[in-house]
Design a protein around this ligand. Structure first.
Ligand SMILES: C=C(O[C@@H]1C=C(C(=O)O)C=C[C@H]1O)C(=O)O
Length: 363
């Protein structure tokens, strides 16, 4: 900016002018995205318009270019919505998620795909998998691990029986609140509803503030919020989306015991995602039940200096899958070093399945 405006009218005039420019530029961008879609359709009528690796690159570039005063995450969120709207011009993406409406998984789905996506609540994790497998939804969103409470076993188990690929990940900071309805007597709260994971995340806070309230576990935080609506002596622990959906009042905010409480969600789909430059790969490996099996499995990763980000064990359900390990590591399966490691692991394992390579969560 060269000349500094001095009064309110001048500033507002300048803002109107800038808004006109922004509007024109967004429309131009949307025209470009439409043309990309036309080119893609010409090359292949069944093409998928959504490109996770390209979107991750766009967002990373915006964050790197941003000089403030808005912080980079905020700026990336705005661009996330612009991309979401551009993509919806062609065909809105349908995303199945672990419902009901108002859950953190829905929040994760909208954070990843933007508000122009159509989000479809499912009653269980395996239903999310089935909906995407059947083609009724383009993608699915399921929770996989929480920093306080650990792994979501249903999700790992669903991958064992499914051909779904992992197309992305999204990490959400989880803030839990104590919510009441307008007719709850706040001095008479004798019962608290929530999902068991949320109770576990707020255990110390509840022990300190509501030691004698009955804790009633329910299927989701959103369900907890719904129940509170009609009970004058109950409260719910849930997040912002559920609070807004059921119009509840927060009597205590951010009551999670750990300030860094976050949950990682996976995006599942039918797509193999090309390299974005900063990627992760998830595999599931069955090892024979013999001494040193885990060492044999991990040794090639160590030798090739591949950074493991997660290792989980699940009991196998068949004879072949003696020990089943879920491993996440940095790198893409088309990277020659990763290819070499996977080849070595394949020789040592009873079975190896690559669940997908995908961009590391940006937002
Ligand atoms: C425009 C494209 O298609 C979609 C829209 C994008 C965008 O608006 O920037 C990015 C990736 C795709 O999801 C593209 O592939 O470049």
């Amino acid at each position: 900016m060269t000349d500094t405006p001095i009064n309110l009218d001048e500033l507002r005039e300048r803002i109107d002018h800038l808004d006109g420019d922004i509007l024109r530029l967004i429309s131009e961008r949307a025209e470009c995205a439409k043309q990309v879609a036309e080119i893609k359709t010409k090359a292949d009528p069944d093409t998928v318009f959504y490109r996770p690796e390209r979107e991750a690159q766009v967002l990373r570039r915006i964050m790197a270019l941003n000089k403030g005063p808005l912080d980079s995450e905020e700026m990336a969120r705005l661009f996330r919505e612009i991309m979401s709207a551009c993509l919806a011009l062609e065909r809105p993406i349908k995303v199945a998620y672990l419902g009901p409406e108002g859950t953190f998984t829905q929040q994760a789905a909208l954070k990843h795909f933007g508000e122009s996506a159509i989000s479809l609540p499912m009653a269980a994790i395996d239903e999310v998998f089935r909906e995407v497998e059947a083609g009724a939804a383009n993608y699915g969103v399921v929770p996989v691990e929480n920093s306080t409470e650990g792994v979501v076993n249903h999700t790992l188990d669903s991958f064992m029986d499914s051909s779904m690929r992992i197309c992305g990940e999204v990490v959400l900071r989880i803030h839990q609140h104590l919510l009441i309805s307008h007719n709850t007597r706040r001095d008479k709260v004798s019962r608290v509803y929530s999902h068991p994971q949320s109770f576990a995340q707020c255990r110390k806070w509840l022990d300190a503030h509501f030691p004698s309230a009955e804790r009633v576990p329910v299927a989701s935080n959103a369900e907890a919020a719904r129940l509170v609506k009609s009970e004058w002596h109950s409260a719910a622990i849930a997040g912002d989306m559920a609070a807004k959906l059921y119009d509840l009042e927060k009597i205590a905010e951010k009551i999670e015991d750990r300030p860094d409480n976050s949950t990682r969600f996976l995006i599942i789909g039918n797509q193999d995602v090309p390299m974005s430059g900063e990627d992760k790969t998830s595999i599931v490996v069955a090892m024979r039940n013999q001494p040193g099996a885990l060492h044999d499995l991990l040794e090639p990763f160590h030798r090739h200096q591949i950074d493991l980000t997660r290792l989980e064990t699940r009991p196998s359900r068949t004879g072949v899958w003696n020990y089943v390990f879920f491993i996440d590591f940095k790198g893409h399966c088309e990277d020659p070093v990763v290819e070499a490691v996977l080849e070595e692991v394949r020789l040592r394992a009873a079975e190896l399945k690559v669940l997908g390579s995908y961009p590391m969560g940006v937002l």
